[in-house]
Design a protein around this ligand. Structure first.
Ligand SMILES: NC(=O)c1ccc[n+]([C@@H]2O[C@H](COP(=O)([O-])OP(=O)(O)OC[C@H]3O[C@@H](n4cnc5c(N)ncnc54)[C@H](OP(=O)(O)O)[C@@H]3O)[C@@H](O)[C@H]2O)c1
Length: 308
């Protein structure tokens, strides 16, 4: 794999931090399960533990996530890289709407530019080429250091890559769902093609929205939408969780979350787990600096095969 010079920094980052829950009430119950103080503590401990990459989006908490990040960045003396996203709502017709949305994100975060700007979803009515052209303009205006996509299939990613290449701009990343409970990108060609193109795979929902932390069971499902989404699978994942407990013990006390994240790092991707408080953030940051063995990886993959 040849990685273009200007996106190499993304390949050097093993683990990031996802900020969807920072302001989101619908799925994540912001204000009920976690306060602004919890979030600030999660941010602080992540940075102290060496996390240098934050992922957010204009739509997370309708801008609240970006606003909180802006507040946290104000007095920070360490460099942190920030990625955010543009949602191609169907009423956003002109390419200039991407530049306007990016400027609004920058205002919320108090930044002159971001490190990565991503198209959130390949939604119709406009083809991916339309938004790839707009990304190129954002990069040319100096509003973002690099550009990426999210939830793009192998084919859509290739098409965005080709448009950007005409402008001499590399496609830096494709952010997709990937975890031991969702291994579709291994089958649909996204993982392999990204590696061939030198596109960083950013793995979202790497803990399967908390299911891989071992704290939820069929008797104790998560509240709300997540409970309904995962009600059936919670029973089926118990053997996988048991294996993760055993592997964790063999590794001197690694947690389920750490094993789930380390597996994604071993697969050559960058997981961006969400954290609602300091305890979760600290645990997740402990997923780096060590590696699962080849044997442990193969046992985990066998136990998670049925979720591919
Ligand atoms: N591009 C996209 O379309 C897209 C889609 C989804 C997510 N994302 C990005 O990916 C990030 C991460 O994905 P995600 O938030 O969906 O799911 P996730 O990282 O798989 O799970 C996060 C949730 O799991 C629980 N948790 C996290 N660490 C834990 C720990 N160490 N111990 C126990 N529980 C823990 C917390 O919820 P509870 O405490 O409530 O269980 C937390 O909010 C997002 O923040 C966002 O930046 C992108």
């Amino acid at each position: 794999m040849t990685v273009p010079e200007e996106v190499k920094f993304l390949f050097d980052i093993e683990l990031g931090l996802g900020a969807w829950a920072w302001g989101d009430k619908v799925v994540w119950h912001y204000g009920r399960t976690h306060t602004d103080e919890d979030i600030k503590n999660a941010f602080d401990i992540s940075i102290e533990s060496g996390v240098t990459f934050l992922d957010t989006a204009e739509v997370y908490g309708q801008g609240r996530s970006e606003t909180l990040i802006g507040e946290f960045l104000k007095n920070l003396d360490k460099p942190v890289l920030v990625a955010t996203k543009f949602m191609p709502f169907p009423w956003r017709i002109r390419k200039s709407s991407l530049i306007k949305a990016l400027r609004r994100s920058l205002t919320r975060m108090g930044l002159p530019s971001v490190d990565l700007y991503q198209i959130h979803w390949p939604f119709p009515p406009f083809p991916v080429e339309h938004w790839a052209e707009a990304l190129a303009e954002a990069k040319q205006l100096g509003l973002t250091k690099t550009v990426g996509v999210s939830n793009y299939s192998k084919n859509q990613m290739q098409r965005a890559y080709t448009v950007l290449a005409k402008h001499g701009i590399p496609l830096a990343s494709n952010q997709v769902e990937y975890s031991l409970l969702d291994r579709r990108i291994e089958k649909n060609g996204v993982l392999q093609r990204s590696q061939e193109l030198g596109v960083r795979v950013i793995a979202y929902s790497p803990l399967a929205k908390g299911m891989l932390t071992g704290k939820y069971t069929p008797e104790n499902p998560p509240p709300g939408i997540r409970g309904r989404q995962y009600a059936k699978i919670l029973k089926d994942i118990q053997p996988l969780l048991k294996l993760m407990t055993e592997i964790g013990q063999d590794l001197g006390g690694k947690t389920h979350a750490q094993i789930a994240l380390n597996w994604l790092i071993c697969k050559g991707t960058m997981p961006i787990p969400g954290a609602k408080n300091a305890r979760q953030a600290e645990m997740n940051a402990g997923a780096v600096g060590w590696r699962l063995s080849a044997d442990q990886i193969s046992c985990l993959e066998k136990a998670s095969e049925k979720f591919m």
